[in-house]
Design a protein around this ligand. Sequence first.
Ligand SMILES: NC(=O)c1ccc[n+]([C@@H]2O[C@H](COP(=O)([O-])OP(=O)(O)OC[C@H]3O[C@@H](n4cnc5c(N)ncnc54)[C@H](O)[C@@H]3O)[C@@H](O)[C@H]2O)c1
Ligand SMILES: N[C@H](CO)Cc1c[nH]c[nH+]1
Ligand SMILES: [Zn+2]
Length: 417
Amino acid sequence: MVEFVDARGDDPKEVVSRLRRPGGFLSEPVRKVARDIVSDVRDGGDEALLAHTERLDGVRPDPIRVPLEEIQAAKASLSPEVKESFGVAIENVRFFHKRELDRPFETSRAGATVGQRIRPIRRAGIYVPGGHGAYPSTVVMAAVPAQVAGVPEIAVCAPPGRDGSVSRHVLAVAGLLGLDEVYRVGGAQAIGAMAYGTESIPPVLKIVGPGNDYVTAAKLEVFGHVGVDAPLGPSEVVVIAEAGAFPERVARDLMAQAEHLSGASAILLTPSEELMRSVEPLLTGEPAELITLVRVRDSAHAVELTNLYAPEHAHIISEDPEAILQDLDAVGMVAVGDFTPVALGDYGAGPSHSLPTNGAASWASALGTHDFTARTNYIHYGPEALADLGPHVMRLARLEGFPNHAESVGVRLPKGG
Ligand SMILES: NC(=O)c1ccc[n+]([C@@H]2O[C@H](COP(=O)([O-])OP(=O)(O)OC[C@H]3O[C@@H](n4cnc5c(N)ncnc54)[C@H](O)[C@@H]3O)[C@@H](O)[C@H]2O)c1
Ligand SMILES: N[C@H](CO)Cc1c[nH]c[nH+]1
Ligand SMILES: [Zn+2]
């Protein structure tokens, strides 16, 4: 049943905590399940990976790695229309992520040069979810930024269906992108396998990609041993709509993200009682259970709640959406205006659809090329620059009680200088 909230007179922090998923971010029982699976796979390799896959997905994939011919056959089986649509999505995503690529720099003053090199991570693992339907779009949204960043080795894990195979479309997109390393395992066991490696899966250096709570909890579990991206969990949208919005469009925007199920949530913030009442009967089926309609005072109130909630997506339907965009800060991706349903971003507007959830948008960002690069800073001083900075460094090092730091500078300064 759709939930109604009247937030007009309430403390915004209380409203936001009511809107969050019950149980907060990753319950301890979920974390424990993920922790146990990850440690089993770390210690038991392929056998543990297969045992958990059989228990959770009902199948023992054999072999674990998808043969190249299967990827090629999946690619060849695409209809021309579907191939064209994936092609458009890939091109748009590539265009956007080429634009966001960070550039190295070097700058010098008074004999001192400082700079930053940017290097791609050598081997990345991409998780492609697939419990409630496969996500070939996620292959595009994670692998394209990795390729633009220059990652030379990309491994993909996706859960198998009951017949042991990975979705044909996931394989086909891998083929379109020239990826040849796909494994038919999912959930926390796939994260453990990519982090620690098994007989079949060489370990990666960083794991990225969205998934359910078990996947997110497993990523937190392996963080430190490998890099991980932000928590990219169940889909969320906040639709900020003014009185003139079309109810049918607003309803579809809410239902679109709610239909991911698996803990998804969709929230309407509107000052219009009439809009709420006309949207409500259009919300049906299982997704409707995940939708909340919230009456706010005005657009400024909607912005305040959205920034506190920090959703994965916000969609602005207003006479002046640009003005609201300028005031939104903590959002993974904003869809601006009535002609920009969030679904455009889900499938191919440009920015990756892999986005932080559950409030993480207040400190994390959409998946991008920065997730697949690391920075090496460098400093290069000449004798004069050393003479300028050296005495300050010696003083600060002695202050901290580190005489050898001080003398590593001192022995390079001219005697009696
Ligand atoms: N934030 C984003 O960027 C983004 C993008 C796409 C999808 N998503 C979200 O990703 C999620 C995908 O979730 P999903 O479940 O469909 O697929 P999934 O691949 O994340 O999870 C399926 C796997 O979970 C494991 N699992 C299921 N029940 C378990 C249990 N009780 N104990 C241990 N492991 C268990 C199984 O191994 C299964 O293969 C959705 O919530 C969707 O909204 C988010
Ligand atoms: N809305 C999801 C991100 O939360 C992305 C997606 C993939 N397919 C459909 N939608
Ligand atoms: Zn979606």
